[in-house]
Design a binder for this molecule. Structure first.
Ligand SMILES: Nc1ncnc2c1ncn2[C@@H]1O[C@H](COP(=O)(O)OP(=O)(O)O)[C@@H](O)[C@H]1O
Ligand SMILES: [Mg+2]
Length: 247
């Protein structure tokens, strides 16, 4: 596999009973880039995301991460190999402080890496605070997570995902249910994250990702309709037809 391809799918197919939600999708994701997977509702984006992130096994085909097949790995192995995802459903300890949530996530990683050392000798707080600063929650470190607004909870989830220092960060509709202001804040954060690592973003609102993505992958009826730069995708007649009258 070429060094600049971090993630590759080969003839990836996922069926639910007789229904084919993802059909023979072969696509490459470049290292260090922000790639957005777009398509109308029902296109198969979340199915694709769930197969990429190991939540669903493919019915056929395979996923290669850094040249290694991941499509048969168990879910918990993904953070070990450097893949993290932020969920559509929030995944924080509500009664813990914002800082504690990130510290616990860091602790889990350190415990894995240095299991022979005394964990309590490691001060993870500065790193936790850095991550909170990065996601824009620096001022909210001491608050219980349950008090955060929706957009802030999503930012916290990202900080938790970053605690594993992933090579690849996967996000499925990170702005779902957000106000326009929260959405802008989240998009700014995604741009900052994408400057530091490979990001794959699933989003059904095409307009939102065109300006920030290096590459766009378009799904329609579970199939790969197009892949290319935002300019390629904008100029693609089939894509325009699919999105006509939509966001
Ligand atoms: N667990 C499931 N069981 C049966 N059908 C599913 C399941 N998950 C998704 N589907 C179907 O697969 C298609 C694609 O869904 P999904 O991947 O969620 O699309 P998107 O995220 O692009 O809106 C839809 O028709 C959906 O109803
Ligand atoms: Mg979806």
């Amino acid at each position: 596999m070429a060094a600049d391809i971090i993630l590759r799918t080969e003839h990836l197919t996922r069926r639910f009973g007789k229904f084919t939600a993802l059909n023979d999708v072969s696509v490459d994701f470049e290292r260090g880039r922000l790639t957005s997977i777009i398509g109308p509702n029902g296109a198969g984006k979340s199915t694709f995301f769930n197969v990429l992130s190991g939540s669903f096994a493919p019915s056929s085909g395979r996923v290669l991460f850094d040249g290694v097949e991941t499509s048969r790995l168990r879910q918990h192995a993904f953070s070990h190999i450097g893949v993290a995802k932020s969920f559509q459903i929030t995944n924080v300890f509500p009664s813990f402080s914002v800082l504690e949530n990130v510290r616990v996530a860091l602790q889990a990683r350190v415990a894995r890496l240095n299991f022979w050392r005394r964990r309590d000798t490691l001060d993870l707080e500065p790193r936790a605070r850095d991550l909170l600063q990065l996601v824009g929650l620096g001022q909210h470190a001491a608050r219980p997570a349950r008090e955060l607004a929706h957009g802030q909870q999503r930012a916290l989830e990202i900080a938790i995902a970053l605690a594993t220092d992933p090579k690849l960060l996967l996000m499925d509709e990170p702005t779902a249910g957000m106000s326009p202001e929260e959405t802008r804040t989240m998009m700014d954060l995604i741009v900052r994250l994408a400057a530091q690592r490979t990001v794959v973003l699933v989003e059904h609102k095409m307009k939102m990702v065109m300006g920030i993505s290096d590459r766009i992958v378009v799904l329609h009826h579970g199939e790969l309709l197009a892949a290319g730069t935002p300019a390629d995708i904008r100029a693609n007649d089939e894509v325009r037809r699919v999105y006509l009258g939509r966001h």
